[in-house]
Design a protein around this ligand. Structure first.
Ligand code: 2GW
Ligand code: MN
Length: 294
């Protein structure tokens, strides 16, 4: 009875906190509760950071299988304009149609690697396959080739500066739909049977899997953990609500990111609250879901 009362009180207190609006504005802060910077326009000095990152090698990991191959060229061309301009960049592009890849013109110091990958039947498996590939490449190839790795969805274009301000040990991006939401409204996996389960009351932000990154070693650990979770769920014949995004969010509850990117770094012009987002640096390409997914 006493314990029940305590839980009830705690619940009321949480509700009050949420009502006061403090929590709701979390996604507009410039520091997380554990003091990780949240990167917005004006929170960094790009000239100083560029100097600090003189010589830094950056990888950009992207998957383009089946019909999504059409997004690859615009993605890469926009990256040439806006992504880590002036730095050493290696693109790691994975596709099932290596011979169909049209290569963009690359600036000096930038390399495009194209790798063959199986095309899974189910789109959910395509999306999750990225984690398995990451476990291999962050262990075997990338450690000697790059210092930091950035992982991105391909159905996106760079639309403004995205530079070394996004580099850190472990970096994740606020989901543009949830940055003003209360934590209990986040679309975490809520079934205890899943390895990605996050109970109500836990979790700080809802991150989108369309952009995250970090030191190669950190992405290795992250991908191994997520891949394990995906396989555990498969053995039980279940799948997390948002595939690897759910597992990514689980990992980041227990391994806090050292840097967080604001929705400037993941936006969709169809979304509300766009007036809060001064720079729209990385934009979702509007697609015909029916056509592109079948
Ligand atoms: C095909 C049919 C339905 C959905 C995806 C695909 C598909 C995805 C595909 O045929 N080929 C392919 O290369 N992909 C890759 O998976 C591609 O890199 C794409 O950007 C990524 C994720 O799929 P996408 O972009 O259609 O999913 P979104 O935009 O709804 O993304 C969020 O949710 C996903 C999980 O459901 C992922 O976590 C993703 O990272 C999230 O941004
Ligand atoms: Mn996407």
């Amino acid at each position: 009875k006493v314990a029940e009362k305590a839980i009830e009180l705690e619940h009321c207190e949480r509700k009050l906190l949420l009502k006061s609006g403090n929590m709701r504005k979390m996604g507009l802060n410039v520091l997380s509760p554990w003091l990780a910077p949240i990167i917005w326009d004006g929170t960094y000095n790009i000239d100083m950071l560029n100097q600090q990152h003189n010589g830094t090698r950056i990888g950009l990991f992207v998957f383009a299988v089946k019909k999504y191959i059409r997004f690859l060229l615009p993605f890469l061309e926009s990256a040439e304009r806006y992504f880590m301009v002036g730095h050493k960049v290696t693109y790691y592009a994975f596709t099932d149609k290596v011979n169909d890849v049209v290569k963009p013109k690359l600036a000096d110091g930038r390399i495009l690697q194209i790798h063959d990958v199986v095309a899974d039947q189910r789109w959910q498996d395509v999306s999750m396959r990225r984690m398995e590939i990451l476990t291999v490449f962050t262990k075997e190839h990338m450690p000697k080739e790059i210092d930091y790795l950035v992982c991105a969805d391909v159905d996106m274009v760079f639309n403004d500066h995205v530079g070394v301000e996004i580099l850190g040990d472990l970096v994740a991006t606020l989901h543009p739909v949830y940055f003003l939401s209360e934590p209990d409204a986040f679309s975490y996996e809520r079934r205890p049977i899943s390895a990605a389960y996050i109970p109500y009351g836990l979790g700080d932000f809802y991150y989108m899997a369309a952009l995250y990154g970090g030191k190669v070693e950190e992405i290795y650990k992250l991908s191994v953990s997520c891949q394990k979770g995906i396989m555990k769920d498969k053995e039980k014949d279940i799948e997390a609500a948002w595939q690897e995004e759910s597992h990514l969010n689980w990992y980041l509850v227990y391994n806090k990111p050292t840097k967080i990117l604001s929705p400037e770094y993941l936006w969709d012009t169809n979304l509300p609250n766009g007036e809060l987002i001064k720079k729209k640096r990385f934009l979702a390409v509007h697609k015909n879901h029916q056509e592109v997914r079948n």
